[in-house]
Structure formats: structure tokens, C-alpha cells
Write a protein that binds this ligand. Structure first.
Ligand code: NAI
Length: 381
């Protein structure tokens, strides 16, 4: 298969690696020659290190490397059967690119966007043939994360959906079909992991290291919420939250936190700037944790209830199937268990009760229990 990848940054170069490793001929294009050069040297050193570690033979790495062409003009993508766009997250710039691209590629070429936050329908609308347009959303780092969300727009044809799904599967990934709604599956269902942690902190119920400790100790999460926000980057994480919040017409369930906003304003973006919620300088003092089991359990129970409630709400609105929602969270963000299954293990009625108690305490619609969760709890009883 001939594949075009546009944008050779973090995501585009990773997607090119995945497609080339699966045997596709890849044309990687970036409007910046410097960015393209950087991608080339980054990919070369990735392949060298895979060979050094014995994960790839020298011959195989040479074959994969020869599958990637670094294109200096968009014109070179003319024979592509599938083009995946991973450029800057800006609707107008993406729309302009797709309308240029349609003048170059064949009528059958599938056009896809890796966008995290724009609606697929709005991007498809910028095409003359919107039925060939689809969302193909990889996770970072694309070569390592198994999950890929496949998001048909209202305009997307069934055949394009099927082709995209099976192409991604053939590339060794786990595709899940998601509805074209803000955050798709993962970026929506994961919001309470960050949002509730920030809320608990903002209320002064616990400090950040204690919240991180609670989620790792009681929940088995690999990183706590604040560690993860610092890892992702507060700028990126805050923008996703803000976009989801506004896209859902300011539903309080997704309300961003001033604490994180101030971090962004201060330039405390996380690991990449050496300072975020935590200090990453060499002489930083390790923060202390209040290892109070009752406090830890409260933090974990409250956050997990919100996560399970969000998963139930996504199911309620047909964002994806039960299996795919659980798969998305374990394969897209490495959660220790699928949320809907986790809820069943604990007892869905217990989760409903936790939500109702929170609602009773705060009288805030943020804590309204999903009607789907209630229904599932009754059915399970
Ligand atoms: P990035 O900033 O690392 O790379 C973007 C690249 O696109 C740059 O090299 C830039 O020179 C190039 N570019 C910008 N405008 C262009 C144009 N008109 N034509 C050709 N090239 C152009 O960005 P990143 O992080 O790779 O994100 C790309 C897309 O993937 C965005 O839509 C983002 O929302 C999405 N995404 C990002 C994830 C992440 O964790 N970074 C995860 C999943 C999706």
C-alpha cells in the first residue's frame, strides 16, 4: 500500500514508522524542511537502536528505512492510497491542506486526520469528496501504543470506514470505532482522572504527592494524575480539557482547573520545562506523602467512580461499544483494567451510591450519576 503522511513531528514520524514497518511505501511530507530532516535523523536513530537492542535485524531495518521517502513537495503523494495528516492542530490550516491535497491524489485515495480535538465532520466538509474522509487517531508514542481510534464522520462512506479499520489492523494495531464527538473515547473518558484529582487538590482535601500515591497504591495506575499531567505537558493536557469542556457546551463534568491554568501561564509545563506540578531539577527535594489509608481510599474511590460514570455515559451515547471503551482505556492510556469491567467487579450499585453521595454533598451537576450506570446497576443486581 502507498501511504502519505503529512506533518513529520512527534505523531507524523511515529505513524510513518508504523506504516513502513508494516511494509507500506510511505511518503512523509512536512512544510518545514528542517522538521523533515529532524524526523529523518530521529527515525534513523530509532532503527539503529532497535537493531542494537536486537529487536530488529539489520536487514529488516534497512528494508523499513527504504520504505520511507522524505517528500519535498505535496505532489510526491500523488499515488497514495491513504493519506494521514498530522500537522498543527488548526482547523483552517488543516482544511486548506485537504483541499490542496484533493487536487493531487486520485479519487479513491482515503484522506484521514490524526486530530485530537477537531470534529471529523468539520474537516470532511472541507473536501470535495467528504465521503472519503475519516479520523484515524493514534496515541503517543505511535509505534508503542497499540490503540488507534477510527472515527467516521457523518459524511464517511461505509467502505472507507471498513478499509481504514482493516488497514490499521493489518499494521498490527488495535482499532476501535468511535463516534465523532469531543475527545472521541480516550480523551473524553480519561478527563476525570485529571479533573477529579485537581478538584480534590483545589478543595484542600489532599496534596499532589498524596493524590498520586493514592491512585497508584489503591488503583494500580502506573503514574498518578499529577505525574501524568507533568509527563504529557500541562499546556497539552489543559488544552484538551478546555476543548472538551467547551465542545460539550460547558458541561461542569469537564470543567478545567485554575490550578492547572496557572501552571500553564507560569510556564510550568511539566517534565519538558523542568518544572510542573513537581520540580524536576537535579537538587529537587522529594515531596512527602501522607500515607493515610482512609484518605487514600477516599481519593481513589471518588476518582474511580467519576471515571466509571464517564465510561457509562460514553456507552449511553453510543460513542463506542462496552468492549471498545474498555479496550481503549487499557490500550490507549494503559489503565490497569477496563473501567466498565472494573465497575462490575466493585459492584455498579456501589459506584452509583458513591456518585449520589457526591451529588448530595456538592449539589453540583458535575456529580450526576449516568442514567446508563443506574440502569446497568439494576440489571446486574
Ligand atoms: P508537532 O508539532 O510535533 O508536528 C507538527 C508538524 O506539522 C510540524 O513538523 C510542522 O512543521 C508540520 N506542519 C504544520 N503545518 C503544516 C502544513 N500546512 N503542511 C505540512 N506540514 C505542516 O505536532 P504533533 O504533536 O505531532 O501533532 C500533530 C497532530 O496530531 C495534531 O493534530 C495533534 O492534535 C494530533 N495528536 C497529537 C498527539 C500528541 O500526543 N502529540 C496525540 C494524538 C494526536
Amino acid at each position: 500500500m502507498i501511504v502519505g503522511v503529512i506533518g513529520s513531528g512527534t505523531m507524523g514520524s511515529g505513524i510513518a514508522q508504523v506504516a513502513a514497518t508494516a511494509g507500506c511505501k510511505v511518503f512523509l511530507f512536512d512544510e518545514s524542511a528542517i522538521a523533515l530532516q529532524k524526523a529523518e535523523s530521529r527515525l534513523q536513530s530509532t532503527f539503529s537502536s532497535l537493531v542494537e537492542k536486537g529487536k530488529l535485524s539489520f536487514e529488516k531495518s534497512a528494508e523499513i528505512r527504504s520504505n520511507i521517502q522524505y517528500a519535498s513537495s505535496l505532489q510526491e503523494l500523488k499515488n497514495a492510497e491513504l493519506v494521514i495528516e498530522a500537522i498543527v492542530e488548526n482547523k483552517e490550516i488543516k482544511a486548506k491542506l485537504f483541499s490542496n491535497l484533493e487536487q493531487i491524489v486520485s479519487n479513491d485515495c482515503i484522506l484521514a486526520s490524526n486530530t485530537s480535538s477537531l470534529s471529523i465532520a468539520s474537516l470532511a466538509a472541507s473536501c470535495k469528496k467528504p465521503e472519503r474522509f475519516i479520523g484515524i487517531h493514534f496515541f503517543n508514542p505511535a509505534p508503542l501504543m497499540a490503540l488507534v481510534e477510527i472515527i467516521p464522520a457523518v459524511q464517511t462512506s461505509e467502505i472507507v470506514m471498513t478499509k481504514a479499520f482493516y488497514t490499521i489492523k493489518a499494521w498490527g494495531k488495535i482499532p476501535v470505532k468511535a463516534r465523532d464527538t469531543p475527545g472521541f473515547i480516550v480523551n473524553r473518558v480519561a478527563r476525570p482522572f485529571y479533573g477529579e484529582a485537581l478538584r480534590i487538590f483545589d478543595e484542600g482535601l489532599a496534596d499532589m504527592p498524596t493524590i498520586d500515591w493514592a491512585m497508584k497504591t489503591f488503583g494500580g495506575f502506573k503514574m498518578g494524575p499529577f505525574e501524568l499531567m507533568d509527563f504529557i505537558g500541562n499546556d497539552v493536557n489543559f488544552t484538551v480539557t478546555e476543548t472538551v469542556f467547551h465542545s460539550f457546551f460547558c458541561d461542569p463534568r469537564y470543567m478545567p482547573s485554575f490550578t492547572q491554568k496557572r501552571m500553564v501561564e507560569a510556564g510550568y509545563l511539566g517534565r519538558k520545562t523542568g518544572r510542573g506540578f513537581y520540580d524536576y531539577s537535579p537538587n529537587a527535594i522529594k515531596p512527602s506523602v501522607d500515607e493515610d489509608p482512609d484518605l487514600g481510599k477516599m481519593i481513589f474511590d471518588r476518582t474511580l467512580a467519576m471515571l466509571i460514570n464517564e465510561a457509562a455515559e460514553a456507552l449511553h451515547y453510543g460513542i463506542a461499544s462496552t468492549e471498545d471503551i474498555d479496550l481503549a482505556m487499557t490500550k490507549g492510556v494503559n489503565y490497569p483494567k477496563g473501567l466498565l469491567n472494573w465497575g462490575k467487579e466493585i459492584g455498579l450499585q456501589t459506584i452509583v451510591n458513591q456518585m449520589d453521595n457526591l451529588f448530595e454533598e456538592y449539589h453540583d451537576p458535575r456529580y450526576r450519576a449516568s442514567s446508563k450506570l443506574r440502569k446497568m446497576a439494576t440489571e446486574c443486581a
